[in-house]
Design a protein around this ligand. Structure first.
Ligand SMILES: Nc1nc2c(ncn2[C@@H]2O[C@H](COP(=O)(O)OP(=O)(O)OP(=O)(O)O)[C@@H](O)[C@H]2O)c(=O)[nH]1
Ligand SMILES: [Mg+2]
Length: 347
């Protein structure tokens, strides 16, 4: 049949992938695979403990791999992106052998790679592994990444910017989640991060449903169709999940905007995919969402599909490509302290 190959690089990516795996049962079926690649063996141990704590005994399709242990001894890359890259280069053969043999057995349809840019392990290796999966396994690849809170400082922001550049240089257009977006409603980083992770998990769960049930959707969709919508420079996504139909009717637009992963602008024309998912989805809302996307993001080409089955709640999942990396707001640069601001005025 062929499912999705998900591969994470570094700590944040591993956390998101494992959270999604634990929270959404549909991910634990055999044909989708989740591979967490990391320099840190502590992260792998944490995931294993968490599986135990949650009494998840079988996780055959969740695989952890360590890289760079000769140089780094199983520790993180200490926010040094070059160390992360050399760790990957040292064990590239091992990682690709594992992924190729999985692909031979599973015949994946598509791969999504994932990292929280800013750290040492994930920042540069997200581009590398994405390229390798595309070139060596011959799969289409969609990278998903977060970018740092602006208050995290120059080192992390620099790492993330270099990471984005490498992804663009490889001819790939990532779906970006700006961690900063979630600081609008909470001052606590922890709460912000949890909200981001929850939304990326929902995206992953929707993608898995799309592959599992896409043949029964209306119109039928093959996940590969999505790849023709991918346009430079980057994309954003949004997810809505609501139990209460009345609240859903009244608030879908607010929720869709609030959960949108990135604030940027359409470069010229955008392309979008939208999934409506529910036991029975109110038809009038699908029309409204489509016209909203067309006018708000200058969407010229749009693939909509509706999945109706035994799904809980009312779900919308949107991916929009054609947005500019340079238009990201707030700009991807460190937040200046007051003294820096003053000195830059007088320079
Ligand atoms: N959304 C989200 N962001 C995270 C999470 N964990 C870390 N980050 C962000 O990711 C960046 C750091 O990336 P990490 O994944 O921790 O770093 P790494 O790639 O493991 O690199 P090293 O630890 O240096 O080896 C920072 O900007 C963090 O704010 C997470 O669980 N969710
Ligand atoms: Mg780490």
């Amino acid at each position: 049949m062929g499912g999705i190959l998900f591969v994470s690089m570094g700590s944040g990516g591993e956390r998101i992938l494992s959270d999604a795996y634990m929270n959404f049962r549909n991910l634990r079926k055999g044909e989708n695979y989740f591979v967490a690649v990391n320099t840190s063996s502590k992260d792998h141990e944490r995931v294993e403990l968490e599986f135990k704590r949650r009494r998840i005994r079988r996780y055959d399709n969740f695989i952890t791999m360590i890289i760079g242990s000769e140089e780094l001894g199983g520790y993180g890359a200490g926010k040094d992106r070059k160390l992360g890259l050399s760790a990957y280069n040292a064990d590239r053969g091992k990682v690709l052998d594992e992924l190729s043999s999985l692909h031979k057995r599973q015949r994946f349809k598509i791969a999504f790679t994932l990292a929280t840019l800013g750290g040492g392990c994930g920042s540069l290796t997200l581009a590398e592994i994405s390229k390798d999966i595309r070139d060596e396994l011959g799969l289409r690849v969609i990278p998903i990444c977060t970018i740092p809170f602006r208050r995290e400082g120059a080192l992390l922001i620099d790492n993330a910017m270099e990471g984005l550049k490498e992804i663009s240089k490889s001819g790939l257009n990532p779906l970006i989640y700006d961690n900063e977006r979630m600081m609008r409603f909470s001052d606590s980083v922890k709460e912000g991060v949890e909200k981001v992770n929850r939304n990326i998990s929902l995206l992953i769960a929707n993608l898995v449903d799309l592959v599992d049930y896409g043949g029964f959707s209306n119109p039928p969709i093959d996940i590969i169709d999505v790849t023709r919508l991918i346009t430079p420079q980057c994309g954003a996504f949004s997810v809505v999940f609501e139990d209460n139909v009345k609240r859903f009717r009244n608030e879908w637009k607010k929720l869709l905007e609030f959960n949108l992963s990135l604030e940027s602008k359409t470069i010229e024309e955008a392309k979008a995919f939208v999934l409506f998912k529910s036991r029975m989805f109110p038809h009038s809302i699908t029309e409204d969402v489509i016209s909203y996307l067309r006018s708000k993001y200058k969407v010229k080409e749009l693939i909509p599909t509706t999945l109706e089955n035994n799904f809980a709640g009312y779900n919308i999942m949107v991916m929009i490509w054609g947005l500019g990396i340079d238009y990201i707001k707030p700009k991807l640069e460190p937040k200046k302290g007051l003294s820096e601001k003053v000195s830059s005025i007088f320079k």
